[in-house]
Ligand binder design. Structure first.
Ligand code: UDP
Length: 259
């Protein structure tokens, strides 16, 4: 029997050595954390759903020419990915004010932004992922200007595509986080989309009811988090049809908790 070598364990995913050089296996856990891991819990079935949702979105992004690390899904919780050198920057794209921008700038949650905003955060748990400007990225050499241009261009293309994809299934894409990596080919590195896109790193609001269909249900103790992830998967066509729309259950959860 061979034991797979663990390469990295994060809060929601584990990376194992892949079957061939330059590949990794990305395993999706049910673990959920919030507020820089001060709040910890589990969302039953989350890993399975995020694996499927991210597979679906990365496959679609591939068809419009966005290079990603995704190769193929292996099983319920694992996907084969290309090994990249992660750029230590979290790229947040915002269409609607929510979360930290609302708090920081006093903008009411739900305010449609007059233009899309891209923000950068330095990936460092010990520092609590501080927000940074292009100047910091250039000064400390976290990415070159050319790489940052590619990252910003891709982030906007991903946003345009995802806004349409989600609008088509009655979901408002409020904001989301992306991570990019360098794929080395000989002495040349190109930037590709890495990590995952799932309700863990997006704010997704039901257009009809405003109900949250993302990790904010966990962060804010709204209840119904597993149902919310299932609802996103169901609307994307990844779960059998015929299941009832879970948004009513979610409203019930919220009312029970008086939120
Ligand atoms: N986000 C994320 N990981 C982080 C921080 C943010 O996936 O470490 C996502 C989050 O889910 C949301 C968007 O990025 O969709 C913007 O998050 P925000 O800056 O508002 O931070 P929060 O309020 O979640 O702390």
């Amino acid at each position: 029997m061979t034991r797979r070598r663990l390469v990295y364990e994060g809060k929601a995913k584990i990376l194992y050595e892949g079957p061939e050089p330059g590949t990794l296996i990305q395993y999706f856990k049910d673990d959920a954390t919030a507020f820089n891991a001060q709040k910890k819990g589990q969302i039953a079935g989350k890993g399975v759903l995020n694996n499927r949702i991210s597979e679906h979105i990365y496959t679609l992004l591939g068809t419009i020419g966005i290079p990603t690390h995704f190769v193929r899904r292996l099983n319920m919780r694992e996907q084969l990915i290309r090994q990249v050198e992660i750029v230590p920057i979290e790229v947040v794209v915002r269409n609607v004010a929510a979360g930290s921008i609302s708090k920081r700038l006093g903008i009411e949650e739900g305010t449609q932004l007059p233009r899309t905003i891209i923000e950068y955060y330095y990936k460092d748990d010990a520092l609590g992922d501080p927000m940074i400007a292009d100047e910091h990225i250039a000064c400390f050499g976290w990415a070159s200007q050319e790489e940052m241009n590619d990252i910003a261009d891709m982030a906007i293309r991903v946003n345009d595509f995802l806004c349409g994809l989600f609008a088509g299934i009655g979901i408002r894409l409020v904001d989301f986080k992306l991570e990019f990596g360098r794929l080395w080919e000989n002495d040349y590195a190109r930037i590709i989309l890495a990590d995952e896109i799932s309700p863990d790193g997006c704010r997704l609001w039901d257009m009809a009811s405003g109900e949250k269909l993302d990790k904010d249900r966990f962060r804010r103790d709204l209840g119904g988090e597993a149902e919310a992830y299932q609802e996103v998967a169901r609307r994307l066509g990844l779960l059998p049809e015929g299941e009832p729309n879970a948004v009513l259950d979610m409203a019930e959860h919220r009312q029970k908790r008086g939120k």
